[in-house]
Design a protein around this ligand. Structure first.
Ligand code: NAD
Length: 266
């Protein structure tokens, strides 16, 4: 169990017991007025959805410059749609919210957590019961026509895909795409603005399951620190911003978050 504590602007690395570490983060949350969570694919790894970059990351098998790049998608969407049919759809159909998602939803219901800002595109925070969710990278759960903008569910898109790859819009024969932000595309400025507004308001940012290397998402913890919010990171491995955090726990989200919820109920 690694805990970093920042005292008088000096980062002190301490070996602490699990309960010490949990209490440090829980009391920080308890003393804060506006708590925001920032999540990444690690929180969904426990639900069977692989991360991109971890040891078993998806990008080890699927090249992101083919499967997640907008130029490639526009040139030949069939690669993405094969990936959707073989990998994305079956994983998302099976996945249920994990202990980490449920703990954050409970923190919101208990009036402790204001918003979840997520890089994930799997909709599991909403399924867990979180109502204030900002999806920085969009969602795979909505598919829309690039010609007439008609929207389809994942199931509808999958059914169309069974008939034809790449699938076409039944309304106008336009090309379909998922409502996600591909590499090479900009984030929706309104969504990004909402995320930075929440970050600007928060006095405690709880980062969960992100390597914190994807920009501009990784600017969120940096912006929170600039506003003098406390920053806690719960991630299985080291992240790119551990050095900025007031407390870091290298552990699984589903193991730590429910215990924080229990501590906060005491
Ligand atoms: P990332 O793959 O860069 O990093 C994930 C981090 O999670 C790793 O550092 C890993 O150590 C950690 N991790 C793995 N299992 C964990 C667990 N059980 N508990 C805590 N931490 C755990 O992912 P990222 O930082 O979210 O990168 C961002 C990109 O990945 C985003 O663009 C996002 O859209 C995309 N993505 C989303 C999903 C999803 O929606 N579920 C899945 C894969 C990738």
């Amino acid at each position: 169990m690694l805990v970093n504590l920042r005292e008088d602007d000096e980062l002190i690395h301490l070996e602490k017991t699990m309960s010490d570490a949990l209490e440090i983060i829980s009391s920080g949350i308890r003393d804060s007025k506006y708590v925001v969570a920032f999540t990444g694919s690690g929180i969904s790894a426990e639900c069977g959805i692989p991360t991109y970059r971890g040891t078993d990351g998806l990008w080890k098998k699927y090249n992101p410059s083919i499967y997640a790049n907008i130029s490639y998608f526009l040139q030949d969407p069939s690669y993405y749609w094969n990936f959707f049919r073989e990998v994305r759809y079956p994983l998302l159909k099976k996945a249920k919210p994990g202990k980490g998602h449920l703990a954050l939803a409970e923190m919101e219901a208990d009036g402790i957590l204001r918003t979840v800002i997520t890089q994930n595109i799997d909709g599991l925070h909403q399924e867990a019961g979180s109502s204030s969710v900002i999806e920085l990278h969009g969602t795979t759960k909505v598919i829309f026509c690039m010609n007439c903008s008609h929207e389809y569910s994942m199931d509808e898109a999958y059914a169309l895909l069974m008939d034809r790859c790449p699938p076409l819009c039944p309304e106008c024969q336009g090309n379909l795409r998922p409502a996600v932000v591909f590499f090479g595309e900009s984030l929706d400025p309104q969504v990004l603005r909402a995320a930075f507004q929440e970050t600007g308001k928060c006095d405690f940012l709880l980062v969960v399951g992100s390597s914190l290397v994807v920009h501009p998402a990784s600017e969120i913890p940096v912006a929170a620190k600039k506003k003098e919010a406390s920053l806690a990171i719960i991630n299985k491995e080291r992240t790119a911003l551990d050095h900025l955090a007031d407390a870091v726990i290298h552990e699984e989200a589903g193991r730590i978050l429910p215990q924080i919820v229990q501590n906060l109920k005491k």
